[in-house]
Design a binder for this molecule. Structure first.
Ligand code: 1GP
Length: 241
């Protein structure tokens, strides 16, 4: 059995940086999974996240099954809602949208997910999810009906992350939103990382190696990239092992 969280913690302690490739079931064609994963395998990717704000065709399970056939990397659900839970994955980010004040995404979806997870073998990783303004109206904002925190409001971002840690979250995820124009800035990453002792995930709008390295150097332990790979698979070339 893979111990996803322990491996993330060990990587953090050893200063080893992690990269998750985000697969949105609505955006990938199942036929392309084998060729896409040939590139993933040659890259520095360490984790696969699967999820999206919505999954209108209910394809998460078949996409996860297809991915599991072509990779040994841990496959972790990053669900937009309870309908995206499948036991075919290895684990799940059990998200609370801490930046918002919509009870549906703070606790209601989690209560709905509880009986399903209680019967599953998924590794459940409590994660504080913080939406930060990436200067693009993202699907997360629209679907969750919450506002992101402005990048300049660093105190609120830090206090939200700390509140997550103090309430027992095992990861904090700073999210500029998929396809964000502006990624989470490095000063925010450094501020949060210095004040927290749990691993820090950063994602949204990262589309170059330079940005990736900058976010790692600022203190991100695990970076999530989706859109840049969807748009141009040659980006994997730049991120070869
Ligand atoms: C979105 O953080 C992830 O939830 C990844 O964002 O698609 O912009 O890489 P991108």
């Amino acid at each position: 059995m893979v111990n996803i969280y322990q491996n993330i913690l060990s990587a953090k302690n050893e200063g080893k940086k992690l990269l998750a490739v985000l697969i949105d079931p609505e955006k990938i064609d199942i036929k392309n999974i084998p060729s896409f994963f040939e590139k993933v395998q040659l890259s520095i990717a360490t984790h696969i996240f699967v999820g999206g704000s919505t999954d209108k065709n209910n394809e998460t399970e078949i996409i996860v099954s297809a991915i599991k056939k072509v990779t040994q990397l841990p496959v972790i659900l990053f669900p937009g809602d309870v309908s995206q839970i499948t036991n075919k994955a290895d684990g799940i980010l059990f998200l609370s949208l801490l930046s918002g004040r919509n009870p549906e995404y703070l606790i209601e979806q989690q209560v709905k997910a509880a009986p399903i997870l209680n019967k599953s073998t998924l590794e459940i990783i409590p994660t504080g999810y913080i939406l930060i303004d990436g200067e693009t109206a993202t699907a997360t904002q629209r679907v969750s009906n919450t506002k992101p925190i402005a990048q300049k409001n660093t105190t609120l971002i830090l206090n939200t992350a700390l509140a997550g840690q103090f309430s027992g979250k095992k990861l904090i995820y700073l999210e500029a939103g998929s396809g964000a124009t502006v990624a989470v800035n490095k000063h925010i990453i450094t501020l949060v990382q210095r004040n927290l002792n749990i691993p820090l995930i950063v994602g949204g709008g990262i589309n170059s190696k330079k940005q990736l390295v900058e976010a790692y150097n600022a203190g991100a332990d695990l970076i999530v990239i989706g859109t840049a790979f969807e748009k141009d698979e040659s980006f994997f070339e730049e991120l070869k092992k």
